[in-house]
Design a binder for this molecule. Structure first.
Ligand SMILES: CC(C)(COP(=O)(O)OP(=O)(O)OC[C@H]1O[C@@H](n2cnc3c(N)ncnc32)[C@H](O)[C@@H]1OP(=O)(O)O)[C@@H](O)C(=O)NCCC(=O)NCCS
Length: 168
């Protein structure tokens, strides 16, 4: 099994059977992702393996430019920021691993890859944090394990300051 992470390509990657246990995330990669890519709403990266020249999607995540309201950030973080009402960030809008591939470390690999890309892009277009949107408490706990903090106004939205990753 040779796996890699690459940009989603509707002509190449097989996605009709993708199932991660969350219908909205399954429908997204099956029906919406290519439109979002075309319209430059999100970039979609897939974890894929090559079986007999059939590129199955084992997981995917999306990235987009985003802004956060300073008042939603934890005070200890916000106080170090200029008092602009909105601050630049990077949205990790979706992250999903195929049911049969869960528990193998792929979620962590995809999250680290997304963080690495967010840091690289922030050298060209500033971004102070990665924002993750969780569908439920279980998903939120995954992000919390990696240091994300909940927004005060919306506990299903979490953030991780890029500086804290760079410092590590
Ligand atoms: C959440 C999800 C991405 C995790 O992917 P995964 O490949 O199963 O996770 P990994 O195998 O990489 O796990 C890495 C670590 O995170 C932990 N972990 C996995 N899911 C977790 C959860 N929901 N809460 C807390 N920790 C979790 C694992 O135990 C493991 O920890 P360890 O290294 O200390 O043993 C996957 O379960 C998924 O796609 N869920 C459905 C969609 C979803 O909820 N997406 C989240 C954003 S909307």
């Amino acid at each position: 099994m040779v796996i890699k992470i690459e940009l989603f390509d509707i002509a190449k990657h097989c996605r009709p059977d993708f199932c991660c246990g969350q219908a909205s995330l399954d429908n997204y990669i099956r029906k919406q992702a290519s439109q979002d890519v075309k319209r430059k709403v999100s970039t979609v990266f897939v974890l894929t393996d090559d079986v007999d020249s059939k590129f199955n999607i084992l997981g995917y995540y999306t990235l987009s430019a985003y802004t956060v309201e300073i008042e939603n950030l934890d005070q200890s973080f916000a106080k170090k920021m200029p008092r602009y009402p909105q601050l630049p960030s990077t949205l990790l809008g979706r992250l999903a691993i195929e049911n049969q591939q869960k528990g193998k470390g792929f979620g962590e690999i995809m999250l680290f890859d997304a963080l690495k890309k967010a840091i690289a892009v922030s050298k060209q277009v500033a971004s102070l944090a990665v924002i993750a949107e969780a569908l439920d408490e279980n998903a939120a706990n995954f992000y919390i394990k990696y240091g994300f903090q909940k927004f005060t106004q919306n506990p299903m939205k979490l953030y991780l300051p890029l500086k804290s990753i760079e410092d590590i």
